[in-house]
Design a protein around this ligand. Structure first.
Ligand SMILES: Cc1cc2nc3c(=O)[nH]c(=O)nc-3n(C[C@H](O)[C@H](O)[C@H](O)COP(=O)(O)O)c2cc1C
Length: 184
């Protein structure tokens, strides 16, 4: 294992308000390997989808998930009004869709929903056909934290496939390979 420490960033903790600079925080956080989801909502507040890596399981009883959304996104207000959202975990086949819902489409409209790809389950939030996993939620609570809003949803429908997960690490899409015993 390569354990060479390449970058160390520290703030002056003698100043209570000091924190590590945003670019140092994001450079270190970019090393986290995460799944990639498209979080969607629909209703009076409008239909929106956004590519999000910051999702997590909160609780199994009751089933709760969270997602962290940048408050600059119009989707944040829409989720508050619609009171529903769906976390659609992506497969490797969905990398162009991930780009589309992060505002970087290879063709066509950014954030555009292609009706063939999307359906509905319980709440009415857009659910991606063939997603790695789907968590269709009603909004349980929301909490502002820094630049982002943490939305917590109660899951009313969950489903999954065994396709290959889309992974994001070091600002690139990746795929998983299983470690073999001889890698020990
Ligand atoms: C792989 C990936 C993961 C992302 N994860 C998040 C996230 O967890 N939360 C978030 O608010 N934005 C996240 N974004 C960024 C949003 O998708 C993007 O900022 C948003 O769609 C608005 O982009 P625009 O203002 O450039 O159009 C992610 C983008 C990518 C490509």
């Amino acid at each position: 294992m390569n354990s060479i420490v390449r970058n160390i960033y520290m703030s002056d903790t003698s100043n209570e308000g000091a924190a590590v600079a945003a670019e140092h925080f994001t450079a270190a956080m970019a090393q986290a390997a995460t799944g990639v989801s498209i979080v969607t909502t629909d209703g009076k507040g409008g239909r929106f989808g956004m590519t999000v890596s910051a999702i997590a399981s909160v609780s199994a009883e009751p089933p709760l998930v969270l997602a962290c959304l940048n408050r600059r996104s119009p989707m944040v207000e829409a989720v508050g009004e619609n009171r529903i959202f769906c976390v659609n975990l992506l497969c490797t086949a969905h990398r162009t869709l991930s780009d589309k819902f992060s505002g970087r489409p290879h063709s066509g409209d950014p954030y555009g929903f292609d009706d063939e790809l999307w359906g509905r389950e319980v709440t009415g939030a857009p659910v991606l056909h063939g997603a790695l996993a789907q968590f269709d939620c009603t909004l349980e609570s929301a909490h502002d934290a820094g630049s982002h809003r943490i939305i917590i949803g109660r899951v009313h429908h969950a489903a999954s496939t065994e396709n290959a997960p889309l992974v994001y690490n070091a600002r690139e899409y990746q795929q998983l390979t299983q470690l073999q015993d001889f890698d020990l």
